[in-house]
Design a protein around this ligand. Structure first.
Ligand code: MG
Ligand code: ZN
Length: 537
């Protein structure tokens, strides 16, 4: 690994301190705080954190058994700010722009990664850490080329350019990259199912589907090996990799498994895909070898996806998966004064919330207090029963995947009856035949725009309102499943997209270092503050 005694900035700081005969606080911070761990819950607004906290504290059979979440522990021991996420020219942000704000510490264009508002490449916090001799890592449970990790190690005009992003990322060369996204790293001829396919199957162990999205014959896995990466595709291979070298782990063709699939397989012997927690553990094993410190970004990216699909059961499992990774980081930093941890989100997704309704009214009860003498304790609304949390936990398939599975049935079997049965077999909340019909219904797209990636669809799933905010067909059918259960779950959603909701910023570490993260912030500021920590300024 690289070793440098002191970064240029730290030396400058110390010289200045010596000249004025006092200890420069900046230099002191730079020497002590050498590691920064940034943990991003994509789409994890305060409402989503609220779901996790309600589940942990109030679910009748909560897995936490009265113990606090890792998010609670970091919040209690660290400091809390709230941060606006909007770009300079709009109110609502996408993940690429928001991650760029965090990575660059300056304004950035929507849907682009690692570039400034003019459209020029700009140094990311990861590149800055490299320049200062630190080790760096990116971990995500989506795919490594997806918007959030990409913004830290690529410079491209659009987030969809994942082939180019993969090349950029190898060029930047973080010491650790662990996620899905193999299909952007393998030659196009893999799709011919010939020699290239067989070679790839041999290399990966054949544990997951293989295809390529590349338009060329570049084999970035081989290129990575030539750049001294160990390349791995399973949990065992990852754990066997040396802690003193570079590591590229690509564990899925596209996305890694969703939170429910992970929960169901977590304790299965022979599970081949590492969890977010296991990837974080390995990344810290490797990066902590560097005496100069490190920068690590860990993303729980499917909190966003579950929220796009308005799928609360999956959302809960995504949050649990993230908290498991945060818990490991919490354990890892105990007793350390050289590490800052920042837990935040890039934006809120879905306009999610529990609410009260008139769908399931309570019978009046009695309260013993004097104020209620001669009067029953009555409420006008159903304020959402705690059992809902345990029922949500028991959802056993994600609604997006379930809908996909339904579409893969023979046309003749794609009936409302079969959909009803399928949904009800995976949920404690039941739908009826009319609900199933509503989930399947389509209508002409009033926003049709020829050739547009989303607006170009001639029909859209029929949603009662906000049609323009539900543009992804598969996800909207998933959202409609949740809508038909809303009377039972007390859960409402505002959109299939993102909202402006300010997100929490939780910072833990040496007091003088994390102080600036308290209060009202903007994500551009949060990015700049993190760069200050890395550079010791
Ligand atoms: Mg993301
Ligand atoms: Zn999103």
């Amino acid at each position: 690994m690289k070793h440098k005694l002191l970064s240029g900035n730290a030396i400058l700081g110390m010289t200045a301190a010596a000249m004025i005969g006092a200890v420069a606080p900046q230099a002191a911070i730079a020497e002590r705080t050498k590691n920064l761990i940034l943990m991003i819950g994509d789409g994890m607004g305060p409402q989503q954190i609220g779901l996790l906290e309600l589940y942990a504290r109030e679910a009748p059979d909560s897995k936490y058994n009265g113990n606090p979440t890792a998010i609670t522990k970091f919040s209690d021991e660290g400091i809390l700010g709230f941060s606006l996420t909007n770009p300079h020219d709009a109110l609502v942000v996408d993940s690429a722009c928001s991650a760029s704000h965090l990575a660059l510490g300056i304004d950035a264009p929507l849907e682009a990664v690692g570039i400034d508002a003019n459209g020029d490449p700009y140094e990311t916090i990861l590149e800055m850490a490299q320049r200062l001799g630190k080790s760096t890592g990116l971990v995500s449970d989506t795919r490594i080329t997806h918007a959030t990790p990409a913004a830290f190690a690529a410079h491209q005009p659009h987030r969809s350019l994942e082939n180019e992003i993969a090349v950029d990322m190898l060029g930047v060369g973080p010491d650790v990259m662990l996620s899905g996204g193999l299909r952007y790293f393998v030659p196009a001829s893999v799709n011919d199912k010939g020699d290239a396919y067989e070679a790839l199957k041999e290399r990966t162990g054949g544990g997951f589907r293989l295809s390529s999205k590349r338009k060329d014959e570049r084999n970035l896995l081989e290129e990575a090996e030539n750049l001294d990466y160990t390349v791995v595709h399973t949990l065992n291979q990852m754990n066997d990799a040396q802690d003193d070298g570079k590591l590229l782990g690509l564990f899925a063709n596209s996305a890694m498994m969703d939170g429910i699939a992970y929960s169901r397989s977590a304790n299965e012997p022979g599970r081949e895909q590492p969890s977010l927690r296991e990837m974080t553990m390995k990344a810290l094993d490797i990066l902590s070898q560097d005496e100069d410190g490190f920068f690590l970004m860990v993303e729980a990216g499917q909190i966003d996806w579950a929220s796009h699909n308005n799928d609360p059961g999956t959302l809960l499992h995504e949050l649990l998966r993230f908290d498991e990774a945060i818990e490991y980081v919490y354990e890892w930093v105990q007793g350390r004064d050289d590490t800052v941890v920042v837990v935040t989100a890039d934006h809120e997704t879905g306009g999610f919330g529990f609410s009260y309704s008139i769908a399931d009214l309570h019978e009046p009860t009695e309260l013993p207090g004097s104020v209620y003498a001669g009067r029953s304790f009555d409420r006008n609304f159903d304020y959402a029963r705690k059992e809902i949390l345990s029922k949500l936990y028991k959802q056993s398939d994600d609604w997006f995947g379930l809908w996909l599975g339904f579409l893969r049935k023979d046309k003749a079997d794609q009936t409302p009856e079969n959909l009803m049965e399928l949904v009800n077999s995976h949920s404690e909340f039941k739908i009826d035949l009319e609900d199933a019909k509503a989930i399947m219904a389509k209508q002409p797209n009033p926003y049709f725009s020829e050739g547009h990636v989303f607006a170009g669809q001639e029909t859209l799933p029929k949603i009662a309102d906000y049609q323009a905010f539900y543009m992804v067909t598969l996800g909207t059918h998933a959202a409609l499943i949740s809508r038909q259960m809303a009377d039972q779950t007390n859960i409402t959603w505002a959109t299939g997209g993102h909202t402006h909701t300010p997100v929490n910023v939780i910072a833990w570490g040496p007091e003088e270092t994390i102080d600036p993260f308290s209060g009202a912030l903007h994500h551009v500021e949060v990015g700049a503050l993190m760069k200050d920590i890395i550079s010791g300024e």
